[in-house]
Design a protein around this ligand. Structure first.
Ligand code: PMP
Ligand code: GLN
Length: 383
């Protein structure tokens, strides 16, 4: 293993899912739903295979049906207008879009700012691109993990190439507000930075929070690559259909890298997701309502089990502080928990450079059937 990747080892998600299987635990670790997405979308994929659509290499940028569905989605929901021919790229999940964006846009030695805790692929992809990651820590304040805008400003140097943003944010559940996004956008414009923004949880936003793409802010359209995917929105995480939208030069850079990573992927699934993006609004509100109820079920259960709970504004993850239980090390806690009571969670600390900042926090996924969440709570209460 080369020096760029040596520090990363095995991803925490593989480690904890293997532990869940070997101990027969309830797996609230890795974020994947235990119920598949809509039947009619699964049928659309089967139909595409049977009809011979996408069974051979699809076009490099993605099939036109999906590219148009993505641009319609961005326009109808956010007023963002993109050209399906030059400003959209279909990828193998958001994961590949993130990798290709960093490989295509970062020069060796460039600094990349990421909000800490960060999704684990960010650090590995910055390293593969030869960049240097510069974490800016989200800090718990008033029941939410908050970005300190002064810290963000101080993190920018003359070597900063881009800010890698993620909202709604995994693992904290923070949804960046209009004011926060406006400040980040103003900084990007002032310091002439690119923004790569991971918005895979764009439809999983609760209560009074709203998802706002940073590309909608003044001066941002031309400097932002927006990434999303079908995995979370349509509960088909195994299909790995993602996309990036942005100005033609930026998308061309992402595509330059993508063409040598996978070339193309997911032919028939692309057609099915093109249909999924056109599902009626009731699908999207139904998904949100279902997840909000599950969030509350799990958050209330964890509070009842003695954790301090951060009820998320978005995503399908609840963060809990273990210190009220007399614990302090989330990594040790998560390694021991399956043996103690048969529940798997993910320690925040693995998503930090400043590990001590994340040590008391653990993440539980609630994209599971209600009875599974109830069983997990029962086990945690009896811990
Ligand atoms: N970004 C974030 C923040 C995620 O939580 C995930 C997990 N699915 C991904 C990207 C990866 O998305 P995909 O499965 O579409 O590759
Ligand atoms: N995004 C999901 C999570 O955060 C799954 C990640 C993965 O398995 N790579 O749990």
């Amino acid at each position: 293993l080369n020096r760029r990747l040596a520090e990363f080892g095995t991803t925490i998600f593989a480690e904890m899912s293997a532990l869940a299987v070997s101990t027969g635990s309830v797996n609230l670790g890795q974020g994947f739903p235990d119920t598949d997405g809509p039947d009619r979308i699964a049928e659309a994929a089967v139909r595409a295979i049977r009809d011979g659509r996408g069974n051979q290499y699809p076009p490099g940028p993605g099939v036109p049906e999906l590219r148009t569905a993505v641009t319609d989605h961005q326009r109808e929901r956010y007023g963002l207008r993109y050209d399906p021919d030059t400003e959209v790229l279909v990828t193998a999940g958001a994961t590949e879009a993130i990798a290709a964006a960093l490989l295509g846009l970062v020069e060796p030695g460039d600094e990349v700012i990421a909000l800490e805790p960060y999704y684990d692929s960010y650090a590995a992809c910055v390293a593969m691109a030869g960049g240097t990651r510069v974490p800016v820590t989200l800090r718990p304040r008033g029941g939410r993990f908050v970005l300190d805008l002064d810290e963000l400003r101080d993190a920018v140097t003359d070597r900063t190439r881009l800010i890698l943003l993620n909202t709604p944010h995994n693992p904290t559940g923070t949804v960046l507000t209009r004011e926060e996004l406006a400040a980040i956008a103003a900084l990007a414009v002032e310091r002439d930075l690119l923004v790569v923004t991971d918005e895979v949880y764009e439809h999983l936003v609760f209560d009074d929070s709203a998802h706002l793409p940073i590309a909608t802010f003044p001066g941002m359209r031309e400097r932002t690559v927006t990434i999303s995917s079908a995995g979370k929105t349509f509960s088909f995480t195994g299909w790995k259909v993602g996309w990036a939208t942005g100005a033609p030069e930026l998308i061309a850079a992402v595509r330059s890298a993508k063409q040598y990573l996978t070339y193309v992927s997911s032919g028939p699934f692309q057609y099915a997701i093109a249909e999924a993006l056109r599902l009626p609004e009731t699908y999207f509100t139904g998904l949100r309502d279902d997840l909000r109820a599950k969030r509350d079920l799990l958050a209330d259960g964890l509070a009842g089990a003695g954790f301090e709970v951060f009820r998320p504004q978005g995503t399908y993850f609840v963060t809990a502080d273990i210190r009220p239980l007399g614990e302090h090390d989330g990594i040790a806690f998560c390694r021991a928990l399956p043996g103690r009571c048969g529940v798997v969670a993910i320690p925040h600390a693995v998503f930090y450079d400043h590990r001590e900042q994340g040590l008391p926090f653990v993440r539980f996924a609630f994209c599971k059937r209600a009875e599974v969440l109830q069983e997990a709570v029962k086990r945690l209460v009896a811990r």
